[in-house]
Design a protein around this ligand. Structure first.
Ligand SMILES: N[C@@H](CCC(=O)N[C@@H](CSS)C(=O)NCC(=O)O)C(=O)O
Ligand SMILES: [Fe+2]
Length: 259
């Protein structure tokens, strides 16, 4: 083999071994537990690598910290990151308290949330746990700091309050903007594969999960054009979340306002 062929071969081998590393590292689906908090109708998701036992918690709620930690212990998991999909307005996060209970645990939230955390996330960042990872897609519109977390194999998306099942997050407070939300959902969530499972932060009707294909086809708000969507969002006339005045300031400091 001459020098040129040898270096071409070397580049090919390096590229392919890097790709293999990426594939092995970040594609298989993690184990998932969906946990519900009934007062705020919030879903907390525990994702784990069943081999390495590393785990990530999404949107944990203060009131259910004991339940969540019990499950982590029962499954023999090592919780590495507790991430919020945004600065919640309706409930207080448990990430601050959880950090006091779990050695080495790091909190994470979007850098555009204005909230404190160990890790400030932005578009394309990855949260790795064992062989799995979550990739950050910025999906503002409900708040400026809303993110959607997508598994490496794009089989699951944790959409926070951006996309709900047959609905979406309201846009009438916390920097809410219907046009931004429409663009976020169509550009960052509906571009995922149709089979990708949607796991929202809330459900008020007892629904648990949906898919990108289902929401693209049946979501009564998102199947409209942008003008129709804006019209719907500007006329929801929802009452404010009962706990908004304590939740937002508390969540800016990881729920450690009065603890
Ligand atoms: N009644 C609840 C608050 C309900 C609410 O406003 N939910 C938010 C998500 S929490 S910020 C929302 O975006 N809802 C969209 C919708 O169409 O319902 C309370 O008092 O806590
Ligand atoms: Fe919200």
């Amino acid at each position: 083999m001459n020098g040129h062929a040898l270096s071409a071969c070397l580049i090919y081998c390096l590229r392919h071994s890097a790709n293999r590393g990426e594939t092995q590292h970040c594609t298989a689906s993690p184990r998932i537990s969906s946990l519900f908090e009934s007062e705020s109708c919030t879903y907390t998701y525990l994702l784990a690598d069943t081999e390495t036992k590393e785990a990530v918690l999404i949107d944990p709620v203060l009131e259910t910290i004991e339940r969540d930690l019990k499950l982590v212990k029962e499954l023999g998991l090592s919780l590495t990151v507790a991430v919020n999909t945004h600065c919640h307005a309706d409930h207080i996060t448990s990430t601050g308290l959880m950090k006091q209970r779990v050695a080495g645990l790091k909190s994470a939230i979007s850098k555009f949330s204005g909230a404190c955390a160990d890790i400030h996330l932005k578009e394309g960042d990855k949260i790795t746990f064992g062989r799995h990872c979550l990739t950050v897609r910025e999906t503002p519109g409900h708040t400026d700091g809303c993110i959607t977390l997508v598994t490496g194999d794009q089989s699951m998306a944790f959409t926070g309050d951006a996309l709900l099942i047959r609905g979406c997050g309201r846009t009438d407070f916390q920097q809410g903007c219907p046009k931004k939300l429409y663009q976020s959902i169509h550009g960052k969530i509906f571009t995922l594969p149709n089979e990708c499972l949607i796991y929202p932060a809330h459900d008020y009707l007892g629904q648990t999960a949906s898919t990108v294909g289902e929401e693209r086809k049946f979501n009564p708000r998102l199947t409209k054009g942008i003008e129709g969507f804006v019209e719907i969002m500007n006329n929801l006339n929802l009452p404010k979340p009962k706990k908004i005045d304590i939740s937002v300031p508390a969540n800016l400091v990881c729920g450690l306002h009065q603890v």
